[in-house]
Design a protein around this ligand. Sequence first.
Ligand code: 5RP
Length: 204
Amino acid sequence: MLDEGADWLHVDIMDGHFVPNLTIGPPVVADLAKRVGPRDAFFDCHLSVSNPATLVPALAAAGASSVTFHIEVVSGTAAEELCKTIRSLGMRAAVACKPSTPCDEDGGVYELVDAGLVDMVLCLSVEPGFGGQKFNPAVCDKVSALRARYPDLDIQMDGGVNPSTAELCARAGANVLVAGSAVFGAANPAQVISQLRQSILNAS
Ligand SMILES: O=C(CO)[C@H](O)[C@H](O)COP(=O)(O)O
């Protein structure tokens, strides 16, 4: 997909516990990084796992560029420490929330952003676990509130993102879009990636 114009490679790491699906881990990231070689791809690792801290050192060694953990499993002081650890290993730190998880809870997403500890917030627009689900437009309200509060923050949306829903995401304030099915299932992935990018540019 890098050849088709993608900026980042989004890697969904799932443990069969936080979500019902089981996917890949650090060895696959390491292998991918080796194959991509000198191109120096940005590996955006989304941890849909119950215990993200245990994976962080191995992901750093594997060549991950950014690590996103879920606020539903690590919050408050533990989340602050996790962000610091991720950054101390040379990666960007990001926090994700499920569609129904608010950002303004004690020890939650807003507090991490206010403390300057995260580089990006991922707002899932489906329940995490599987690709190919339907985009939940209600999540756009949460994204709009985040964007109003943090004009310079990277805000990512993931789940059911395609050229039609991308416009809603971009208008709400997302500037990083993750697309699985829409890109991998397309006859012309480069065209889809270009349409997604255009949605962001049109809204900015
Ligand atoms: O893993 C996911 C949720 O956990 C995502 O939905 C996936 O990254 C994107 O897939 P799609 O674009 O098909 O919704």
